[in-house]
Design a protein around this ligand. Structure first.
Ligand code: FDA
Length: 305
């Protein structure tokens, strides 16, 4: 049943009609459970609260699969604005983005142009930019662009997904760049040809790539709410004398607040991924696909409104 629901919500996450209806009819339908607010002002308030509780943030202006150049321009300018606001308000925050929001599906020239403008702002305001990893079809291009940009800008990170067979070799491939990488299980609908179909394999591969990257001496972000992965990381870093400055736990806004607080109390670095904006539909459907219990949260949110 869980598998069927996962497929169902992943199918919805890609539905352009539902996505545009959701944007048009406002910030409702339980979006606030996983999304910090419709605009930067709301998001900044949330960041301040998290910072005061000892947690850093990565801020994501929601958006993906943009097909119009004007839209990509808008998203680029919003991300630059976000970087400036982080600096101006002295917030402990980085930014995350999806390159399909900056024009990846329109042309490589455009996305490189937009990314360079964002990364210039990142360097100027000392804000790290992480390129989220999207679906498999865009993985190779995302990594190639990451490599190009990483030769030009230091404050740049990306994400690798442990459900993909290719990820172990991608960890080796990116090693020369001393990259800041967030490791996650992966949130998209992928075929068995490219991704492990069984959760146990995805979990084991996540442990494997986290350990590899830590052993290479690079900064490692563990993007997971899974107790087993968190325990594994604690134990591995302890046994291998890996300093706490070399890694951090990252969790999504709206998920496992108590666990986050516990980790902070234990002296671990914790960063919360805070999405904001009106283009929340696909992001929220992927959260529902991950955990059927999230459906209940969203329904509760609906009733409250
Ligand atoms: P999973 O969903 O497999 O859950 C494992 C176990 O954790 C559950 O069985 C339960 O025990 C526990 N658990 C999970 N949620 C819980 C809750 N709310 N309450 C209590 N227990 C809970 N994906 C992607 O493809 N590209 C990307 O760029 C990113 N970026 C990203 C950033 C960050 C900061 C995070 C945390 C995640 C992503 N993801 C992502 C999403 C990621 O790929 C994945 O889909 C989700 O994190 C879900 O996987 P988990 O590792 O959290 O555990």
């Amino acid at each position: 049943m869980e598998k069927v629901m996962r497929q169902f919500f992943l199918f919805l996450s890609n539905n352009q009609l539902l996505k545009s209806l959701a944007m048009k009819y406002g910030f409702k339908f339980g979006a606030s459970r996983f999304v910090a607010g419709p605009d930067l002002a709301h998001a900044a308030e949330n960041i301040r609260t998290l910072n005061n509780r000892g947690m850093a943030v990565t801020l994501d202006h929601l958006g993906e699969y943009v097909t119009e150049e004007s839209e990509a321009e808008e998203r680029t300018l919003e991300t630059i604005k976000t970087i400036k606001v982080i600096d101006k308000l002295n917030l402990d925050s980085q930014v995350s983005l999806k390159m399909t929001s900056m024009g990846l599906d329109i042309s490589e020239k455009l996305v490189l142009h937009n990314m360079r403008r964002i990364l210039e702002a990142g360097e100027k305001h000392q804000v790290l930019v992480t390129i989220d990893m999207e679906d498999y079809a865009r993985c190779e291009q995302t990594l190639t662009i990451f490599e190009t940009l990483k030769r030009e800008y230091d404050l740049l990170g990306t994400v690798l997904q442990s459900y993909l067979y290719r990820t172990v070799s991608d960890v080796e491939r990116l090693d020369p760049y001393n990259p800041n990488i967030r490791f996650v299980k992966g949130a998209y609908k992928e075929s068995e040809e490219v991704a492990y179909p069984n959760k146990t394999d995805v979990d084991e591969n996540l442990k494997k790539v986290i350990a590899m990257h830590l052993d290479h001496g690079h900064f490692t972000a563990i993007g997971s709410h899974d107790d087993a992965i968190i325990e594994f990381t604690k134990q591995y870093t302890d046994e291998h004398n890996i300093p706490r400055e070399q890694f951090e736990f990252q969790m999504l806004y709206g998920m496992r607040a108590e666990l986050r607080e516990e980790l902070v109390k234990e002296g671990y670095n914790v960063r919360v991924y805070v999405p904001y904006g009106r283009d929340w539909f696909g992001y929220n459907m992927r959260r529902l696909a991950e955990r059927p219990a999230n459906v209940a949260f969203v329904l509760k949110g609906l009733v409250k409104k």
